[in-house]
Design a protein around this ligand. Structure first.
Ligand code: PFF
Length: 450
């Protein structure tokens, strides 16, 4: 299929944009939070296995669909299987992107509050202050977090509406390596704190008695969430890949970088958690109550803190841009609405979800869905159901609809790159990934344990 669709300028550009979409709050905020609420090292092990054996094949498959069809999420399924219901995989992805933004924007807003509190000096003004109480005060407040959520959605909206993504990609060339460097510094400080070993044992010594179906489902969900899989984001991105992009190399490089960042985040958080007597299962606030304690232990605390939260906000921004873009591009193309109008519609919708998510830590605490507050319900529905389901159906789609000769030609750039593991990849994509995800689902629903 040939057309004049614009493509990414360079090899590095491809990797950076894809890493920018993938690396975000998922590895640095959500991963430690999931690991802590799922019992520790056993979760880490399963997560790494899923990243390699599920993440890479599903990512390669999404790259194939995107570059081959050169279209958005829904459009690509429509092009490759006209007149069928396969495009529902695309609808599932678009809805997932919208719902993810509804809680992701709130956490992104929290990062801005921490930038602000660092700048005005209030975060570190009283030595020995209880950062947990501080965070609880802030997050349960009716207005402040909503204000920051609005600011963050505004920033995302501005980038999408004014088309300055390129500038952001370029900025992230410097910011991503910097973020990485700060993570390393924080890891060193964290593992040299008193009682740090307990955190390392918690992180790296698996206790398999903790391995329940819900832990396994959480690990699948985290793998999909942190790689931005199962919702067509990478289908959209890869539709801009050039003919010479090595999609196989890109997939494993992005997966390795992402896994590495998550493990670093774990090493940064858990020794500190044990050192400061914080509960590993503290939940969504874990990163926000742990890190200020570590910054306090560093010389020039405010400076480190400031740089870290700014970089974290940037990492979040490159992800919110990609999420927003998925929904905006779809509405713009499918409903023939101007891009500007489509972007407004998405931003306002996300803000409404964001208000409800934010209030679910305070005013709307009692309002629960299936026992979960609104914020957690959005997280559960998207990461643990919609993304794995989308990934599973995407694999089945390529497994049964696509001629394997076409698949191989596209993935090897017409035979110019070697793909020795092609038959193993096809086997994984066709059988292992869908069956594995299916089993995890059934198990979680309790259908396999009776
Ligand atoms: N992968 C992003 C993160 O880890 O922060 C979150 C995300 C971005 C999920 C884009 C899905 C997506 F399409």
């Amino acid at each position: 299929m040939v057309d004049n669709r614009v493509t990414f300028g360079s090899k590095l550009g491809v990797i950076l944009a894809t890493v920018g979409c993938a690396v975000g709050l998922g590895s640095i905020w959500r991963f430690p939070y999931m690991l802590g609420t799922n019992g520790g090292a056993a979760f880490l092990l399963i997560y790494i296995l899923f990243m390699i054996f599920l993440g890479i094949p599903v990512m390669v498959t999404e790259f194939f669909i995107g570059r081959y069809s050169r279209s958005n999420t829904v459009g690509s399924f429509k092009k490759m299987a006209p007149g069928t219901k396969w495009c529902w995989i695309g609808y599932n992805g678009i809805l997932a992107a919208f719902l993810i933004l509804g809680f992701y924007a709130v956490v992104s807003g929290w990062t801005l509050e921490y930038v602000w509190q660092t700048v005005n000096g209030s975060l570190y003004s009283t030595p020995g202050v209880d950062f947990t109480a501080d965070f609880d005060n802030f997050s349960s407040n009716a207005l402040r977090p909503i204000f920051w959520t609005a600011v963050f959605i505004g920033l995302t909206h501005f980038v999408i509406a004014s088309g300055v993504e390129k500038g952001i990609e370029r900025a992230s060339k410097i910011m991503m390596p910097l973020l990485f460097l700060i993570l390393v510094v924080m890891c060193i400080r964290s593992v040299t704190l008193p009682n740090a070993e307990a955190g390392l044992v918690y992180l790296f010594k698996p206790d398999f008695s903790k391995l329940t179906s819900s832990v396994v489902l959480s690990a699948v969900g985290q793998a999909f969430f942190s790689l931005s899989l199962g919702m067509g984001c990478l289908i959209t991105y890869s539709s801009y890949f050039g003919k010479n992009t090595n999609m196989l190399a890109t997939a494993w490089q992005v997966t390795i970088i992402n896994t590495f960042v998550a493990v670093l985040a774990g090493i940064m958080i858990f020794p500190a958690v044990f050192s400061f007597g914080i509960a590993p299962s503290a939940g969504a606030q874990l990163v926000f109550i742990t890190l200020p304690n570590v910054f306090e232990q560093l010389p020039f605390s405010s400076l480190w803190s400031l740089i870290f939260y700014i970089l974290l906000a940037m990492a979040a921004l490159t992800s919110t841009i990609s999420l927003h873009e998925v929904v905006t591009a779809y509405i713009h193309e499918e409903f023939h609405m101007t891009r500007k109008k489509a972007a407004w519609l998405v931003s306002v919708g996300v803000f409404i979800l964001g208000v409800l998510s934010s209030l679910s830590f305070g005013l709307l605490k009692e309002f629960t869905i299936g026992g979960l507050i609104f914020f957690d319900a959005l997280d559960y529905l998207t990461a643990k159901i919609m993304l794995p389901l989308g990934g599973m159906l995407t694999c089945i789609f390529v497994g049964i609809r696509v001629d394997k000769k076409i698949l191989k030609a596209e993935l090897t750039n017409e035979g110019t790159i070697k793909f020795r593991l092609f038959s193993i990849y096809v086997f994984f994509m066709k059988y292992v990934s869908p069956i594995a995800i299916g089993i995890v689902f059934l198990n979680e629903l309790g259908l396999l344990s009776q």
